[in-house]
Design a protein. Structure first.
Length: 176
C-alpha cells in the first residue's frame, strides 16, 4: 500500500482533494478574523506569541493528539471499516483528514514560533503593509487551527456515534 497523503491533499484520490476541507466559506471568516485581530490588537506579534498564542498552541496540540489517538482506535473498529467502504477513498479519507488537522496545527505552531523568535521583526519585514499582512496571516492561522482542533474532536465523536448506530442496527437485524 502506498502512502498517498500529498496526492490526496492536492489532487484527491477518487474523491475531491483534501485541501477542499479547508477551502470553503469558513475560510473567508478566518481571513476576516485574521485582519480584524491584526488591526485591533495593540501588542506586537512577538509579545502575542510569548504571552498567549504559543501556550495556547500547546493546548491545541495536546487536545488534538489525544483525540487523534481516540480516532485511531475507532478507525480500527469493524463498524467504521464497513462505513468507510462506502466512501470513494475508503478509510484513507478518515486517516488523512486527521493528518491534515495535525499538519495545520504544526504549521501554525512553527509560524508563531518564528514570531516568538522575532524573525518577523527583522528589517526586511518592517514595512507597515508587510507587518500587517504577517500579523493577519498569523491570526488567520490561529483561527483556522482552532477550527481544525474542533474538527478533530467532532470527527472522533461522530465516529463513536456512528459505531454505536451500526452496532445497534446489527442487533436489530438490519442489513448493511
Amino acid at each position: 500500500m502506498k502512502w498517498q497523503f500529498w496526492r490526496w491533499l492536492f489532487f484527491g484520490l477518487q474523491d475531491r482533494p483534501g485541501y477542499r476541507q479547508l477551502v470553503n466559506w469558513w475560510l473567508f471568516l478566518h481571513i476576516c478574523v485574521g485582519f480584524a485581530v491584526a488591526q485591533f490588537v495593540g501588542v506586537s506579534i512577538h509579545e502575542a506569541a510569548q504571552t498567549f498564542l504559543l501556550p495556547l498552541a500547546g493546548i491545541f496540540i495536546g487536545l488534538s493528539f489525544a483525540w487523534v489517538g481516540n480516532a485511531q482506535a475507532l478507525l480500527q473498529e469493524s463498524e467504521i471499516e464497513k462505513i468507510a467502504e462506502h466512501h470513494p477513498d475508503g478509510i484513507r479519507t478518515y486517516v488523512y483528514t486527521f493528518q491534515l488537522a495535525i499538519l495545520v496545527i504544526l504549521v501554525t505552531l512553527v509560524a508563531w514560533g518564528f514570531a516568538g523568535l522575532k524573525v518577523f521583526d527583522t528589517p526586511m519585514f518592517c514595512k507597515k503593509y508587510v507587518q500587517l499582512s504577517i500579523e493577519a496571516t498569523l491570526y488567520f492561522l490561529a483561527s483556522l487551527t482552532l477550527r481544525e482542533c474542533w474538527h478533530v474532536v467532532i470527527g472522533s465523536q461522530l465516529m463513536v456515534l456512528t459505531r454505536h448506530e451500526v452496532r445497534n442496527s446489527h442487533k436489530r437485524g438490519d442489513k448493511n
